[in-house]
Design a protein around this ligand. Structure first.
Ligand SMILES: CC/C=C\C/C=C\C/C=C\C/C=C/C(=O)SCCNC(=O)CCNC(=O)[C@H](O)C(C)(C)COP(=O)(O)OP(=O)(O)OC[C@H]1O[C@@H](n2cnc3c(N)ncnc32)[C@H](O)[C@@H]1OP(=O)(O)O
Ligand SMILES: Cc1cc2nc3c(=O)[nH]c(=O)nc-3n(C[C@H](O)[C@H](O)[C@H](O)COP(=O)(O)OP(=O)(O)OC[C@H]3O[C@@H](n4cnc5c(N)ncnc54)[C@H](O)[C@@H]3O)c2cc1C
Length: 609
């Protein structure tokens, strides 16, 4: 499809999905599943996952009563317009202004510079009638920082931009289809006025007289919509990783190369330890991310309930966990999808393998809802704060509770003696805890050598990110172990999950061996025992690998992959797909008479001479 066709077709699908949601009717959770099966980025994502939650989280009761019924019936369509051309990560650096005019009781929205143009918001370019806009609030010449406003963008009769608004699509993005179904947009305000009651005023207010009244709740609640979406992105990472792994596993069982004895059949590539060493950790990650995603959903629900009761104690941890896990799981999934493409050899590069499109549509997850490095630095700040409070009498809680055992974890030596010890949950956990804590403490010690903490933080950014990743990996490993300790239905399922859990943990040890060795969390002998155990786990997973991806229950239609077909009938279907290509419509291609024939004839002439 051309971009225009793709965009229009996504509108058609979105509206059809909305019709089904109402007609069937579907619950909120089921509606999200429908979005998942629609399988194309579109304006509904931003409307339901960001615009509506932003109003719910930051609007007053009155504002919610006014706007939510309209949004819930989709009589208005909204997006989340925060990022600007010049600033995305640095939200405090946004330039759009919202200046209160006491004469008219309005805010004047203005884009003072080119870099202040809103740039990237999904659904903004062509669809949304409204947006939650983030702009600097100015009253009586004073800048109060960034706040949210509900703004109508387009005329409700003919969809034209309202006077004072310049709006459009930012252009083609990475890949052919992929994220191009979405109208990520730009927007500029030229002294555009909105009524005062369209500032989202749950967190702070501007009175009729123009007085700014800050609230007594943390200003970070303004970032609440991002926390909510980051949480869902973690579960989505599992879905995308599982999809790629399903394709690569099934195809690896079908594909044969080398090893033929006396004209017999060749070896299935899944039987090569190198293939297993690349593939099975990704299979394990798909399960691991699912379980940590379930836990994160619980954490998010818990913090939401606490916030409603004005208990803000767990907000920093919820922020650190959602930011860090969003970052870690999306980076691993993007890399994992690309690895799955390579695991499928040359055919993985064909569009009909389903992998190029999956990669192209998935990879911006490393950037949207917060650049992955910027987010790990938030985790690092949280860890440095926690380390600095050790010994102050305030016991670390939640995912940093292990830091409370710092005295032990800083000096303990791993008691792994044989390969099977690496299947002991307590020993594995202690190894990850020791490594995470020692990395964090090492950063804190290095930081303390700087007179200026901010300068020290800047200097140590790379180490801090690594410490944050170590902490996040510990969370994922520990939640997988917790899952195994709970009730698991199905004969033999627990054993399979156990294998995957230890593959997940041990492959991380192998991958980050430098960390584990340099922090003395393990010795090189223990590392080689871990590798030995890992190979043994691969052998145990091998007979069940296909069943473990079938368990994701993805239909062929959803997978959209000739290589990942359930029936394994890959080669005839590759031919079928090839023959569908428009280049094969004619035997002699367009351009033959114009370019190929004259070229050949010229050579023939010179050959005769
Ligand atoms: C398939 C997908 C499925 C579903 C999704 C559907 C749609 C989604 C797809 C695409 C849509 C994409 C949308 C977007 O991208 S929207 C824009 C997203 N933008 C960002 O994420 C920007 C990232 N930047 C930030 O979040 C902040 O600027 C940053 C946290 C980096 C820094 O903020 P600030 O300068 O204010 O903070 P600091 O001085 O560093 O920290 C102050 C203090 O605040 C704490 N903090 C920061 N953020 C939060 C938060 N969200 N919640 C709670 N607390 C927070 C921070 O830890 C500091 O605490 P303290 O040290 O105690 O002072
Ligand atoms: C597909 C897609 C959809 C999007 N949808 C929306 C949307 O609906 N609404 C919306 O408002 N926005 C949206 N965005 C914008 C997105 O949120 C931002 O692009 C994202 O937050 C990253 O910000 P940035 O582009 O400013 O990156 P930058 O911050 O400019 O990053 C550039 C580089 O600088 C590094 N860097 C930046 N700051 C630091 C630092 N402090 N320390 C170390 N390194 C640093 C980063 O790691 C990165 O390598 C979308 C983006 C994409 C790609």
């Amino acid at each position: 499809m051309t971009r225009k066709e793709l965009f229009k077709n996504t509108l058609r699908k979105s509206v059809h999905a909305w019709k089904l949601i109402n007609e069937l009717p579907l619950s909120d959770d089921e509606s999200l599943m429908l979005r998942h099966f629609m399988d194309q980025p579109g304006f509904l994502d931003l409307h339901w996952r960001m615009f509506v939650p932003a109003i719910k989280g930051q609007g007053t009761e009155e504002q919610k009563q006014k706007w939510l019924p309209l949004a819930n019936k989709m009589q208005i369509i909204g997006c989340y317009a925060q990022t600007e051309l010049g600033h995305g990560s640095n939200v405090q650096g946004l330039e759009t202004t919202a200046t209160f005019d006491p004469q008219t009781d309005q805010f004047i929205l203005h884009s003072p510079t080119q870099t202040s143009s809103k740039w990237w918001p999904g659904g903004l370019g062509k669809v949304s009638t409204h947006a939650v806009i983030y702009a600097r609030l100015i009253t009586d010449g004073k800048d109060h920082g960034v706040h949210g406003f509900i703004v109508q963008l387009r005329n409700m009769d003919d969809h034209s931009p309202l006077p004072g608004i310049t709006i459009g699509d930012i252009g083609v993005k990475f890949g052919n289809g992929a994220y191009n179904s979405m109208d990520n947009g730009f927007l500029m305000f030229d002294k555009f006025c909105i009524p005062r009651d369209q500032m989202l005023m749950r967190l702070s207010k501007v009175t009729r007289e123009g007085k700014y009244v800050p609230s007594d709740v943390p200003r970070q609640l303004m970032y609440g919509t991002m926390v909510s979406v980051r949480q869902t992105i973690v579960s989505n990472a599992s879905i995308a990783m599982a999809r790629a792994v399903c394709i690569a596993t099934r195809y690896s069982a079908v594909r044969r190369q080398f090893g033929s004895q006396n004209g017999g059949i060749e070896t299935q590539v899944i039987d090569y330890k190198t293939q297993q060493n690349r593939l099975f950790p990704l299979l394990a990650s798909a399960y691991a991310f699912r379980f940590v995603g379930e836990w994160l959903k619980w954490l998010y629900t818990d913090v939401t309930q606490r916030l409603e009761a004005s208990d803000f104690a767990t907000l920093p941890e919820a922020h650190a966990c959602t930011a860090g896990l969003k970052s870690m799981t999306t980076s691993a999934t993007s890399d994992g999808i690309e690895e799955c493409r390579k695991l499928c050899g040359g055919h993985g590069y064909l569009w009909c393998s389903g992998l190029p499109e999956l990669f192209a549509v998935y990879v911006p997850a490393c950037t949207y809802e917060g650049d992955n490095v910027v987010l790990q630095l938030q985790v690092a700040r949280f860890l440095m704060k926690t380390v600095s409070q050790l010994g102050s009498g305030k016991a670390p809680a939640g995912t940093t509770a292990y830091m409370g055992r710092a005295k032990h974890l800083l000096q303990c030596r791993s008691s792994i003696r044989k390969a099977e010890d690496w299947l002991n949950p307590a020993m594995v956990l202690e190894t990850f805890e020791a490594r995470a804590l020692r990395m964090a403490v090492s950063c804190a010690n290095n930081l303390s050598k700087f007179e200026n903490q901010e300068q020290g933080f800047s200097e140590l950014l790379a180490d801090l990110v690594e410490a944050a990743i170590a902490h996040c990996q510990l969370i994922v490993v520990s939640k997988f172990i917790v899952k195994l300790e709970g009730e698991i239905k199905g004969k033999g399922v627990k054993n399979q999950l156990k294998n995957l859990c230890y593959i997940y943990a041990l492959h991380l040890i192998h991958k980050h061996l430098g960390d584990f060795l340099s922090t003395n969390s393990i010795t090189s002998e223990q590392a080689s025992l871990a590798n030995h155990q890992l190979r043994s786990l691969y052998t145990q997973v091998r007979p069940n690998a296909v069943a473990l991806v079938d368990a994701f229950d993805y239909t062929d239609h959803y997978l959209g992959s000739v290589l990942g077909r359930y029936d394994g009938n890959v080669y005839p279907k590759l031919f079928e797909e090839a023959l569908k290509d428009p280049l094969n419509d004619t035997v002699v291609p367009d351009g033959y008479h114009e370019y190929i024939r004259p070229l050949i004839k010229q050579h023939l002439r010179s050959a005769r001479l």
